[in-house]
Design a protein around this ligand. Structure first.
Ligand SMILES: Nc1ncnc2c1ncn2[C@@H]1O[C@H](COP(=O)(O)OP(=O)(O)O)[C@@H](O)[C@H]1O
Ligand SMILES: [Mg+2]
Length: 347
C-alpha cells in the first residue's frame, strides 16, 4: 500500500478500503470531502448498505496562512478520545469509532445522519435555542464529572499533554502574551496554574464549531487535544464563543449573554458535588478572559470578528484583566456592559 495515502483522492481511498478489507471487493461507496476543519482531511463515505462513515486523516501541516505543523499522531489521541467519551459522555453524543489505522494516521467513525446543522452556523445566524445551550452545559459537565469519578482508569490514558501544549497553551496564551505585553503577566500566571491543575478529562476544543445538531440533539466532534488537566479551560474556551457572538451578532447581545449565564448554571448543577468545584469558577473566569483575548490576538483569531470588534474586545478584556470578576455571571454582565460603553463612546 502506498504510504502517502491521501483520503481526499477517491480512487486511492477506495483502493485502500478494498486492499485492507474494510469494504468488500467490488463495492463502490459514494465519497465526498467534508469541509470545515483545517488540520485534517475529512471524507464522508456512503455505503450501498445504508451505512455512512466519516474518515479523518491528520495533516502534518495545518491549512492556515502561517506555517503551523503538528504531528499526525494526534489522530490516535482523537481515537482514544472517541473510545473513552463513548463511555463517559451522555448517550448519543459521541459518534462510535469504527476503526483506526496507525500506518496512515487515520480513523473512521459513524457519520452523524443527515440532515444536521453545525451549531456555530446556527449561532452566527442568530438562531440561539436555549435547549441547545442546556445540552451544551450538561454534556461538558457530564464528561468532567464522570472522568473524575473514574479517574483511576481514565487519568493514566490521558496524561500526555503535548498536543494541548503545542495546539492550545503556546498558540493561544503564549503567543498572545508576546503580542499584548499588558496581558503577559496574567497569561503567564494562568499557563503556570493550568499546568498544575491536573483534575479531570479536558476536551480542549469545546466549541460550537465542533457540535453538530441532528433532530435537536447535540453531537460532539474533534477530540485531538483531549487530556487530563484543568476543566476550567473547557469552560473558558466555550464561554468565549458565546461571548464573542454576544459581541458580534447584531441584535442578539443580551440573548447571548443570558445563554452564557445559563450555560454556566446548567454546567454547575450537572457537575454536582466535586471536591474541586469551589475553586473552579475563578479559573473559569480567568480562562474566559484569556481566550477572549487569544481569539483576537493569538495564532487562531476568530474569523468573523471585524477589525473594530477586535479592538473593542481587546480593550474590554484588558480592563477586566486588571480586576477580574469573581463569578461567571458578573464576568458576563461586565463584559457586555463594557462593550456597550465602548461602542457608545467610540469617536
Ligand atoms: N461523524 C461525523 N458526522 C458528520 N460530519 C462530520 C463527522 N465528523 C466530522 N464531520 C464534519 O467534518 C468537519 C470537520 O471535522 P472535525 O472533526 O471538526 O475536524 P477538524 O479537526 O479538521 O476540525 C466537521 O465540522 C463536520 O462538518
Ligand atoms: Mg473541528
Amino acid at each position: 500500500m502506498n504510504r502517502e495515502l491521501d483520503i481526499e483522492q477517491p480512487a486511492d481511498l477506495l483502493a485502500y478500503l478494498h486492499a485492507t478489507g474494510r469494504i468488500p471487493p467490488g463495492e463502490e461507496p459514494a465519497v465526498r470531502p467534508l469541509s470545515g476543519g483545517v488540520s485534517n482531511r475529512t471524507v464522508l463515505l456512503q455505503r450501498p448498505n445504508g451505512e455512512a462513515w466519516v474518515l479523518k486523516q491528520a495533516l502534518a501541516k495545518l491549512r492556515v496562512p502561517v506555517d503551523w505543523f503538528s504531528s499526525p499522531e494526534r489522530v490516535h489521541r482523537e481515537a482514544l478520545g472517541l473510545r473513552w467519551l463513548q463511555k463517559l459522555a451522555p448517550p448519543g453524543t459521541i459518534p462510535p469509532l469504527l476503526f483506526e489505522d496507525h500506518e496512515h494516521h487515520l480513523l473512521a467513525m459513524a457519520a452523524v445522519p443527515q440532515p444536521y446543522d453545525n451549531w456555530k452556523s446556527l449561532l452566527l445566524a442568530g438562531k440561539l435555542d436555549l435547549d441547545h445551550v442546556t445540552q451544551f452545559g450538561r454534556l461538558l459537565a457530564t464528561i468532567h464529572r464522570q472522568a473524575y469519578l473514574q479517574r483511576e482508569e481514565v487519568e493514566p490514558v490521558f496524561v500526555d499533554r503535548s498536543f494541548f501544549e503545542t495546539l492550545r497553551l503556546e498558540p493561544y496564551y503564549g503567543y498572545t502574551a508576546s503580542q499584548v505585553p499588558q496581558a503577559a503577566a496574567f497569561l503567564q500566571a494562568l499557563m503556570d496554574a493550568t499546568r498544575q491543575r491536573l483534575i479531570t478529562l479536558v476536551h480542549g476544543d469545546y466549541s460550537p464549531k465542533n457540535i453538530l445538531i441532528h433532530q435537536g440533539r447535540l453531537v460532539l466532534l474533534d477530540h485531538e487535544v483531549i487530556h487530563w488537566g484543568d476543566p476550567a479551560f473547557d469552560l473558558g474556551f466555550s464561554l468565549t464563543h458565546l461571548l464573542s457572538k454576544a459581541h458580534h451578532v447584531a441584535g442578539h447581545r443580551e440573548a447571548f449573554a443570558q445563554a452564557a449565564h445559563h450555560y454556566w448554571e446548567v454546567y454547575r448543577s450537572t457537575l454536582g458535588d466535586m471536591p474541586w468545584a469551589d475553586g473552579l469558577e475563578g479559573f473559569a473566569v480567568r480562562h474566559t478572559l484569556a481566550c477572549l483575548l487569544a481569539r483576537v490576538d493569538g495564532r487562531s483569531p476568530l474569523e468573523y470578528l471585524r477589525e473594530e470588534e477586535r479592538q473593542r474586545q481587546r480593550q474590554a478584556v484588558l480592563r477586566l484583566m486588571a480586576a477580574p470578576p469573581s463569578t461567571i455571571p458578573t464576568l458576563v454582565q461586565t463584559f457586555v456592559s463594557t462593550l456597550n460603553t465602548l461602542e457608545t463612546t467610540r469617536t
